[in-house]
Write a protein that binds this ligand. Structure first.
Ligand code: AMP
Length: 558
């Protein structure tokens, strides 16, 4: 067990309220509506491009989107949405989803983004647990909602399809749940009321973690946490989005709020290119190049796919300069491949519970003296802690372990955009000052760079020693014939667990288990080399694009 809040930070001194002198500065609530108001007023002509299901590109601007978002608040109110109500979305990245991102919290309601790739039972569980009163849905996901609607009868009043009237499909919903068309509702009002003002600690977003075990758990963001998170994302040593950038978030808006980009980009006046459903490598590459994206974001699997596609068809990136990748470890070899194509990969770590930004990989003074290989080693780490969210590695007694790059600890975080508890699970509370347990294990090096060793449950324990599955996978990806790799623990009568490596060869390549095993010689101690290597055609991926280790363990345990 961990002990939370153990003297790693000094106790916060209490201020005597009678002698406290308040600053004479304007006290304005940090509200999400202020972000889009700024974008509309100061970057009004900046573009938002949305790819529709039929491949067409629609274009709007921040000025137009802000007006529509205000119109949408009228629609929401007319549908009975009041402050505090939860409103679900089951949608890919588009301008309409972005309008909801502003209009729902803009009136004090809560935007519950749901991952459509989850199993229908999980989607029903989330919408039921959140008590969503309305669900806004992309036309392609309507069958999912129709199938689970009977289970949501008690709270759900309407399903709104994010499409014009001519794209509406006839769908049967239980009595009492209306099927409505988004653009018809929007056309029904001309009112564009001002944004209301309220407490910045009001709940704004609700995102459920795609837990691989147990039920999804809800993380309830506030206006304040979202705005601060987006501001820090724009720091020079973080993503530093600029008004001259064109950002293509390939990370879906249901995965931890697309990592904050729907708020950080408008804040900086950055153009947005929203890819809709078409996240396959060929469509992404075309969109990146044709829409002149300078920055992008997505899980490593996306970037692996894009690179393999580029290798197959040739060509390169015309304007892309940097990508943000997180959600899973970004292999060092892949980083080098991207560097060769002129693209800098920023590795970041965090989770839904931290909004998600906790660490970001950017150079420190010592980095400048490093040779290219050492720099790449550092660039492949999960990065260093950003202002506003502290990180520590604690041992099982709750003490911080030394920053020596060797001693592993349970990674914990706390800060302005870290959850204090899961939604409707008060027993999970760590309070406002406590460390939130991430379930990740890692080390900090003397410069404060975090190296994530594993998820606690993915570590391989062999003969009392821990083997990092991430470290084994990184080596395998460095083999020229390997496209993707996963290491899992399999039961072993002698050592309790041993590593098994599953490898997917690159297109057109053949690799043998012996060759892969030989590739580990000299790179890891002999006891942590994978005993067995399986060559597979593909690996199973979860709802956010991560490799499903639970599934692999189920397949290969025997
Ligand atoms: P999610 O809440 O779905 O974003 O999942 C968060 C989890 O993804 C973390 O607890 C990590 O286990 C994993 N993760 C996120 N970023 C990274 C990273 N850069 N390297 C390795 N694992 C990561």
């Amino acid at each position: 067990m961990h002990a939370y809040g153990t003297g790693v930070w000094p106790a916060i001194a209490r201020i005597d309220m009678e002698t406290q002198m308040l600053g004479l500065m304007q006290r304005r609530n940090l509200l999400i509506s202020s972000v889009i108001t700024h974008a509309a007023r100061h970057h009004g002509a900046t573009e938002i491009v949305s790819r529709r299901d039929d491949g067409r590109l629609d274009r709007t601007t921040y000025a137009a989107l802000e007006r529509r978002a205000r119109r949408l608040t009228v629609v929401l109110r007319a549908l009975g949405i009041r402050p505090g109500d939860r409103v679900g979305t089951l949608a890919m990245n588009s301008d309409r989803h972005l309008e909801l991102y502003y209009a729902i919290p803009g009136i004090g309601a809560v935007c519950n983004t749901i991952n459509p790739r989850l199993a229908p039972e999980d989607i029903a569980y989330i919408a039921g647990h959140a008590e969503d009163r309305i669900i806004f849905v992309d036309p392609g996901f309507l069958p999912i909602v129709a199938a689970i609607a009977p289970a949501l009868r008690e709270m759900l009043r309407a399903v709104v399809v994010l499409a014009p009237p001519d794209a509406m499909a006839a769908t049967a919903l239980p009595e009492g749940i209306a099927l409505l068309c988004y653009e018809t509702l929007m056309a029904g009002t001309a009112e564009e009321p001002d944004w209301p003002d309220f407490d910045e600690n009001t709940a704004a977003g609700l995102c459920y973690t795609s837990g691989t075990t147990g039920r999804p758990k809800g993380v309830l963001y506030s206006h304040r946490s979202e705005v601060l998170h987006a501001m820090v994302e724009n720091f020079a040593d973080v993503f530093a989005l600029r008004a001259t950038d064109r950002m293509l978030p390939a990370v879906p808006m249901f995965h931890a709020n697309a990592w904050g980009i729907p708020y950080s980009a408008p804040m900086a006046g950055t153009a947005l290119i929203l890819p809709g459903r078409q996240l396959d490598p060929a469509s992404l590459l075309t969109l990146l190049n044709e829409e002149r994206a300078t920055a992008s974001a997505g899980v490593p699997t996306v970037w692996l796919g894009v690179l393999n596609h580029l290798r197959a068809v040739g060509g390169g990136f015309q304007t892309l300069g940097r990508i943000l990748s997180g959600g899973a470890a970004f292999p060092r070899a892949l980083m080098a491949d991207y560097a060769a194509l002129g693209v800098h990969v920023h590795h970041a770590w965090g989770m839904t519970e931290s909004s998600p930004l906790a660490t970001w990989n950017a150079a420190k003074p010592a980095t400048l003296a490093m040779d290219a290989q050492a720099r790449l080693d550092q660039q492949a780490t999960q990065g260093r802690t950003v202002f506003g969210c502290d990180v520590a590695a604690l041992n099982d007694a709750g003490e911080e372990v030394p920053w020596d790059g060797k001693t592993q600890g349970n990674l914990m975080f706390r800060g302005h955009w870290v959850a204090s508890a899961y939604f409707r699970q008060p027993e999970t509370s760590v309070g406002d000052q406590g460390w939130f347990p991430t379930g990740d294990v890692g080390v900090l090096d003397p410069e404060g760079f975090v190296v994530l060793t594993d998820r606690t449950k993915d570590l391989i324990k062999s003969g009392g020693e821990w083997i990092s599955s991430i470290a084994l996978e990184n080596i395998a990806i460095g083999h020229p014939g390997v496209a993707e790799a996963a290491a899992i623990a399999i039961p072993d009568p002698k050592w309790s667990e041993r590593p098994l490596l599953i490898v997917v060869p690159r297109e057109g390549c053949t690799v043998t288990p012996e060759e892969i095993r030989a590739f580990y010689q000299g790179k890891v101690p002999s006891w942590s080399m994978p005993d067995r290597v399986v060559i597979a055609e593909s690996l199973p991926h979860g709802a956010t694009g991560k490799i499903l280790k639970t599934e692999l363990r189920r397949i290969y345990a025997g």
